[in-house]
Design a protein around this ligand. Structure first.
Ligand code: NZQ
Ligand code: ZN
Length: 384
């Protein structure tokens, strides 16, 4: 096992009716709170009104319209508003995009130069405004990690890792997910599944605790996923799905193990260039990537086949292929396509994508830094 430090200060408040705890979770020293939200689902569902009523003792302002794959220019409007209104707490009410956007704003409010430099030039964060979350879409794990992904035009860049980018608290009420459309539920399950594989399907360096936890999350997603899609108001399956997605990327299964993240890196550019939902890009890349990397990932793929999919017998090669096929079938069963043709993308689009990835492909992607432009093209051609 590799050396590691683990620190996660996010207070998780999980379950039905937990929104009532909101006033006591926010520090009494906070005077003015900015509620941040997305394109309007929280208005339609009545959640925003509920939150406003429960926070009637605080001064509140609102900043809505943070759309999927939050854009820098939009977020900078929020930064200006927060500064001019002297906001001292941010409350993100939404999914990964709203939470990521809020994290960016929390740091950008205090950044002395152009805040885009925190992403493009990796400038260190100077300070942050404290923030909390009410999660509406289980998927990214952003509610319990210190990462954020922000877009500027056709660039989509991640930043984070600074402990000041952890939320003070996150409220996870599974009943809030009842209003999610089927497409977003499928996306959430796939996103969390791939968060686990990026940390689990690498090299076997004898980390049984992390591996069994990773397998537990994957099996939960496989077992609960169909129920989440089919049974609309089933509390238990929503609760298990919600907690699985948080655990997939709150750092715990990632300690001391070797990480990959190449599927995410390629996927981010698929979103930036073609507007495909984040999780959907991962479903396009992962199965083909696993096939192309099956030699270097052999031990973990065999572990995955046996412990997650229950595949035994046959040759190791056949077991690996069956596990990848089952993964692909699972994504498809959730309504998430695994082939580029579903988005009418062809070889010339792949060439354009490879070109946009050139700077990161130069240093190589994946746990062995062996995915260069040639291999990335082969992987994507395998997904046509
Ligand atoms: O915008 P509104 O109107 O609220 O509608 C949203 C949005 O259209 C809707 N929605 C959310 N909760 C709902 C709901 N509709 C009905 N009922 C509810 N309860 O769902 C749509 C998608 O929302 P979004 O927040 O974009 O989805 P998601 O949570 O999948 O977040 C995706 C973003 O997270 C980033 C992605 O790159 C992408 O920008 N990621 C962040 C990560 C992190 N911080 O650790 C890791 C991930 O790998 C990912 O990269
Ligand atoms: Zn993801």
């Amino acid at each position: 096992m590799n050396n590691f430090e683990y620190y996660n200060p996010v207070k998780i408040v999980f379950g039905k009716d937990q929104l009532t705890k909101l006033p006591e979770l926010i520090s009494p020293n906070a005077k003015k709170i900015m509620l941040t939200y997305g394109g309007g689902s929280v208005i339609k569902t009545g959640l925003l009104d509920k939150i406003k009523n429960s926070l009637s003792d605080y001064q509140l302002i609102e900043f809505g319209g943070i759309l999927p794959n939050p854009q820098y220019d939009k977020l900078m409007q929020g930064v200006e508003l927060a500064k001019s209104e002297q906001v001292d707490f941010l409350l993100a009410v939404g999914g990964g995009s709203v939470i990521d956007g809020t994290k960016f704003m929390a740091a950008a409010i205090h950044h002395p130069t152009d805040p885009w430099n925190m992403l493009a030039k990796r400038e260190a964060i100077v300070d942050t405004t404290a923030f909390g979350c009410v999660l509406t879409l289980p998927a990214t794990g952003s509610e319990m990690n210190a990462f954020s992904v922000v877009s500027k035009g056709n660039e989509k860049i991640g930043f984070g890792g600074d402990p000041r980018l952890y939320a003070k608290f996150s409220i996870l009420d599974p009943t809030i997910t009842y209003t999610l459309p089927e497409k977003q539920l499928g996306n959430g399950i796939v996103d969390a599944f791939v968060h686990v594989t990026e940390q689990y399907l690498t090299q076997d360096i004898n980390t049984p605790i992390q591996d069994r936890m990773a397998e537990g999350i994957l099996k939960t997603l496989i077992e609960e996923g169909p129920k989440v899609i089919e049974l609309k108001d089933d509390y238990d399956s929503r609760a298990n799905y919600m907690w699985a997605t948080t655990c997939a990327l709150n750092g715990l299964i990632g300690v001391g193990v070797i990480h990959d993240w190449s599927t995410h890196m390629i996927g981010h550019n698929l979103t930036a260039l073609y507007g495909i939902d984040h999780a959907r890009t991962l479903a396009l890349v992962l199965p083909s990537l696993l096939r192309y990397q099956k030699e270097s990932k052999k031990h973990k793929l065999l572990m995955f086949a046996k412990n997650v999919w229950g595949i035994e017998g046959k040759t190791p090669e056949q077991r690996i292929e069956m596990a990848i096929n089952k993964t692909e079938d699972f994504f498809n069963s959730l309504g998430v396509p695994t082939k580029l043709k579903a988005y009418k993308l062809d070889e010339k689009d792949i060439d354009q994508l490879i070109e946009s990835l050139a700077p990161i492909l130069q240093t190589g992607l994946g746990e062995n830094r062996d995915i260069n432009a040639i291999k990335a093209k082969e992987i994507l051609m395998g997904a046509l």
